[in-house]
Design a protein around this ligand. Structure first.
Ligand SMILES: Cc1cc2nc3c(=O)[nH]c(=O)nc-3n(C[C@H](O)[C@H](O)[C@H](O)COP(=O)(O)OP(=O)(O)OC[C@H]3O[C@@H](n4cnc5c(N)ncnc54)[C@H](O)[C@@H]3O)c2cc1C
Ligand code: HEM
Length: 330
């Protein structure tokens, strides 16, 4: 429980820290990776190169400080981040490391001593937030472990099939190497896929939505070969596109909070491009479990017919008597 004094100090200094946020977080990541290079295997190093993480991790801490007197407002954000952390296997021991270098970066950038009341208050506040994440993440890990076919951490899967779905998009069918049951999921959830591509010096983890209907035997992921940068193609998606049947990947159990929130039949599933992946599982789940999909509307937008992911399957599915709308942007 944070004291009223701590809350007051953190809240009053939050705007100042947020204003210096990008400089503080840049310093934070430099210190973090200099002292713990092993964490380069946890973070997405492409995002580091692009500078995108400066806006994420530590900025969230500053947003938290703004709401420190009404923590319930943070619930949905904490859930979303904790699910992502779980797909990356973030563990409790890593929180003090992040906290230490975040506080050091604040001290250095603002020329504050380590025993300045502001730093003491921020240390306490960070600890309280870390405790919320550790608890939320442990609940996710435990739930996944307790499920039929569930597990915690890495599990080896074998690519059992590769299917061309559209231009630049392939599905990968993943079966567990041990031949045992796997954890089912809520449509819309994703798995963490851990790889060691030759194009990277680090282990690389990315998230991919599950695109088949929930079951205890096989996961389908549907991946676009990402290459927004002309000289640096996306590491993991292109590694997967170059993979062969029989290759192995490490998979973290399904996580994610983007799931259908109500039980109504007349839902609208709307997606564009490869963003269709989570809603595919939602649609297929309803079809395969015999739900009434006649009131369901499925809107899929893509560049043109060649980029229409699973277009043929969706159009030819005899059970798919839902309202379909396909929009081509060109
Ligand atoms: C919850 C969730 C679910 C997802 N589900 C799916 C899914 O179902 N299917 C899917 O295809 N994707 C999905 N994604 C996205 C996926 O996780 C990856 O982000 C995506 O595949 C790109 O990863 P990569 O390793 O190939 O690319 P990265 O190496 O991460 O690169 C990303 C992009 O940055 C570009 N780039 C590289 N270096 C630079 C630089 N220096 N400056 C600017 N640009 C640069 C690359 O060319 C590439 O286009 C999901 C993401 C999340 C968070
Ligand atoms: C209280 C402390 C923390 C906060 C507030 C926080 C916040 C965040 C936020 C906001 C994101 C982006 C989520 C998204 O993309 O949806 C994120 C992602 C991430 N976090 Fe945390 N985080 C914390 C602690 C940690 C710790 C201890 C680790 C492990 C060392 C960690 C590792 C990661 C990684 C690897 C990502 C994915 C980002 C990427 O690699 O591109 N975080 N975190």
């Amino acid at each position: 429980m944070l004291s009223a004094k701590t809350i007051e100090i953190v809240k009053s200094t939050a705007p100042v820290l947020a204003e210096h946020g990008e400089n503080i977080t840049a310093l934070f990541y430099t210190k973090l990776f200099d002292n713990h290079p092993e964490l380069k295997h946890v973070f997405n190093m492409t995002n580091q190169a692009k500078g995108e993480q400066k806006k994420a991790l530590a900025s969230a801490v500053f947003a938290y400080a703004t709401h420190i007197d009404k923590l319930e407002a943070l619930g949905p954000a904490v859930t979303r981040i904790a699910h992502k952390h779980a797909s990356l296997q973030v563990v409790p021991e890593q929180y003090p490391i992040v906290g230490k270098f975040l506080l050091e970066a604040i001290c250095d950038h603002l020329s504050l001593a380590a025993d300045d009341p502001i730093i003491i208050a921020w240390g306490e506040a960070y600890g309280a937030l870390a405790a919320i994440f550790v608890k939320t993440e442990e609940d996710i890990y435990q739930d996944n472990e307790d499920k039929e076919g569930g597990w915690r951490g890495d599990r080896t899967f074998v690519i059992s099939d590769i299917v061309d779905e559209a231009a630049e998009v392939k599905s990968f069918y993943l079966k567990p190497k041990d031949g045992q049951a796997i954890a089912t999921w809520q449509p819309g959830q994703y798995v963490g896929v851990k790889t060691t591509p030759d194009t990277s010096e680090h282990t690389e983890v990315r998230q991919y939505s599950l695109t088949n209907a929930p079951n205890n035997a096989i996961y389908h992921i549907t991946v676009k070969a990402d290459a927004a940068h002309p000289e640096k193609a996306g590491v993991v998606s292109n590694y997967l596109h170059a993979a062969s049947i029989g290759d192995e990947v490490l998979i973290q159990p399904p996580t994610g909070e983007f799931v259908v929130q109500n039980d109504a039949d007349d839902i609208v599933l709307l997606a564009g491009g490869v963003g269709i992946t989570p809603v595919l599982s939602m649609l297929l789940d309803r079809i395969e479990t015999g739900r009434d999909v006649s009131k369901l509307t499925f809107i899929q937008c893509c560049r043109d017919a060649s980029h229409h992911i699973k277009g043929e399957t969706l159009n030819s599915n005899p059970s798919a008597v839902y309202r379909k709308k396909q929009c081509y942007c060109r």
